[in-house]
Write a protein that binds this ligand. Structure first.
Ligand code: NAP
Length: 295
């Protein structure tokens, strides 16, 4: 069996077209332009490229976007003051602080300062709590993107054995929770693996769907999966550089080996990555509609 490739690039493109139309309608009918601010502290090249991509996408969709780049030695209080300013700015519906932050800044304090109504990353405890309860909230962008990839590719999750590898707050834990919720796109039986899991292959071998969010290049190999599995590879690992200095990326899954057994698989790059940014745009639109009392 050679797997169907689940293209995040194509799926994201389709969703972005839908968002563009909705954003134009929102402006035309209600004179509302969704606004997003991205706040980057320091000069980490990977973070810089993520923030640039987010602003570029926002701009292309008709979202008003502001990019704040702050010196790495900015004080925690200065950053908190800036967030408060945007909490009170009616033009801005979504606030995104790019992580990780420098060590001298308390990440939790920063995330808790963002008004939950503007927390388009879905990291504030209010949104995390609502997600767990299955209430309307901002879903965290990467898990949200994975759900869209699965549903739009027609992957049946109800009753499926899902194995999530990784238990981070931004991917592993939320996607595990979303997959077990009692609604379309959920209803799965979920197992979560991590560094203390005794026999990872014993779990992955019986999985109908594997979601790998580990940060270890090519960790999931063909001998660890069963025929017909659906594989979502969240990992983005820089494993070298091209002669031109461009990063060579690999996922957490050995794509070449696993694709021979899988029914469907996401590539890296071009899988989950483009979906994450697209879901940020979707959340920003949702924030603008909520602020205008339209939902
Ligand atoms: P993280 O916070 O470092 O968490 C990694 C998780 O994997 C942890 O729960 C860890 O277990 C587990 N783990 C690490 N090595 C393992 C091993 N050898 N065996 C079993 N479990 C292991 O990472 P993250 O933020 O979730 O990100 C994971 C990957 O996804 C990274 O490559 C990241 O770059 C990528 N990512 C991509 C996107 C995207 O949009 N495409 C978004 C977010 C993240 P313990 O808890 O026991 O330490």
């Amino acid at each position: 069996m050679t797997a169907k490739i689940i293209s995040g690039t194509e799926t994201a493109k389709a969703i972005r077209e839908e968002l563009k139309i909705e954003i134009a309608e929102l402006k035309e009918k209600h004179n509302v332009v969704p606004g997003l601010v991205t706040i980057l502290v320091g000069e980490d090249p990977a973070s810089q490229s993520y923030v640039t991509a987010k602003n570029k996408t926002a701009h292309a969709l008709g979202i008003h976007s502001e990019q704040m780049t702050l010196a790495a030695d900015i004080s925690e209080q200065e950053l908190l003051n800036l967030i408060e300013k945007y909490n009170n700015d009616d033009k801005i519906h979504g606030i995104l602080v790019q992580l990780p932050l420098p060590k001298h800044i308390n990440e939790a304090k920063v995330l808790y300062t963002i008004n939950p109504d503007k927390d388009v990353d879905g990291f504030h405890p209010v949104n995390v709590g609502k997600m767990v309860l299955g209430e309307q909230c901002y879903l965290p962008c990467t898990p949200h993107g994975i759900l869209e990839l699965l549903t739009r590719s027609g992957v049946k999750t109800s009753g499926a054995e899902v194995v999530v590898i990784g238990r981070s707050n931004i991917v592993g834990k939320p996607i595990s929770n979303l997959m077990l919720q009692k609604r379309d796109g959920g209803n799965a039986t979920v197992t979560i693996c991590h560094t203390r899991t005794k026999d990872m292959a014993a779990h992955t071998k019986r999985a109908d769907i594997i979601i790998a969010a580990v940060g270890v290049p090519k960790m999931v190999t063909a001998d660890m999966v069963k025929e017909g599995v659906v594989v979502i590879d969240v990992g983005v690992n820089r494993i070298g550089k091209t002669a031109e200095g461009k990063a060579i990326l690999a996922g957490d899954v050995d794509f070449d080996g696993v694709k021979e057994k899988a029914a469907a698989i996401t590539p890296v790059p071009g899988g989950v990555g483009p979906m994450t940014i697209t879901m940020l745009m979707k959340n920003t639109l949702q924030a603008a509609k909520q602020a205008a009392g339209l939902i």
